[in-house]
Design a protein around this ligand. Sequence first.
Ligand SMILES: [Zn+2]
Ligand SMILES: [Zn+2]
Length: 421
Amino acid sequence: MGKRLPEVESFDSPKRNPQPRLSRHFPGARSSRPPPAIQILARTQGLTGSALPTGSDPVPMAPTPTPTHTAAAVALAAHDSSGHLAPLTITRRSTGDDDVAIKILYCGMCHSDLHSIKNEWHNATYPMVPGHEIAGVVTEVGKNVTSFKAGDRVGVGCMVNSCQSCGSCDEDFENSCRAVIFTYNSVDRDGTVTYGGYSSSVVVHERFVVRFPDAMPLDRGAPLLCAGITVYSPMKYHGLNVPGKHVGVMGLGGLGHVAVKFAKAFGAKVTVISTSPGKKQEALDRLGADAFVVSKDAEEMKAAASTMDGIINTVSANLTLAPYMGLLKPNGKMIMVGLPTKPLEIPPFDLIIGNKTLAGSCIGGMRDTQEMINVAAKHGVTTDIELVAADYVNTAMERLAKADVRYRFVIDIGNTLKNSE
Ligand SMILES: [Zn+2]
Ligand SMILES: [Zn+2]
């Protein structure tokens, strides 16, 4: 397989809120900084080195942030921007009236985890426990919880709470709530910094818990909670989830391969657009795409011009968009879910001629996330994963940085992340 485009993840720019760019959908970016006392606690809890404890080394203990954080959990945490993860014992809040406590069995490794732990979005609070593609089993529910019970198979995606009262929340677009609380590196309502799914348990408000249908495996389903909803939602809201549409998918990584599967499930004709000819066979044979266009091949691009109703652009590399806009039919739409680092450059002519739309999309609300996983289960859509042990996580991060994974690492939390007593 040829070199992949850098995979981009999910994220992160809400559809409705005119927030400063960096404070968009990245984990914790929009939340205010934690109170100084909490920052100091985080910095002084004694873990500055990045070496993995070995053998009989004790797993360090993060400070208990509030009296209500009573349940110990073992986690993999970044302690600085080196990108290195090491075991850390954390505490989770006791199960509140509206909460669901979950024993985590699997957690996907999203590219945004890598950006976050390396502080590439300049918003990191350490120690940081990444992970927002969480799947596991309910262990306890609060007294107001009616939708879940102990033993249920569930998941948690990129958000763990929101204001639950604004216009966006009322319309089930919690992803656009200005007070959204992300699953990690975000400030929770009790002032603590949220810890993600690279850990043995989590406690989450029931609104932000997704039920896994019986047919959906926990390991291959976990990444859908980020990668799946990220591509499902724009296809739904831009009218590409209809049989007969021609959908282009730019980039064949964690997001792109799921986009191909959903578009096929919707009955679309799917064309993968990639810089790598080496991905053609995989796209067609394994993922079921109908066609493949090598974007560097002028003849192939010309042959595909003006044929697509929409393009899901998952690429995070800085590209000139004009040639890709040329693949769209009149009134066609390109929806960006990848995050190039540089501002977009697009000649207005390439938008205006043919009435094209260039749009962005950021994960999705909780109602749509449940709908997405139900649709995925019905059509057999899952992510292609490489299941790894907890002690492989640093190697996996290095490979993730090189896009050397087909297509998602998932940590086998339940079997391999253990307390070391
Ligand atoms: Zn993600
Ligand atoms: Zn809200």
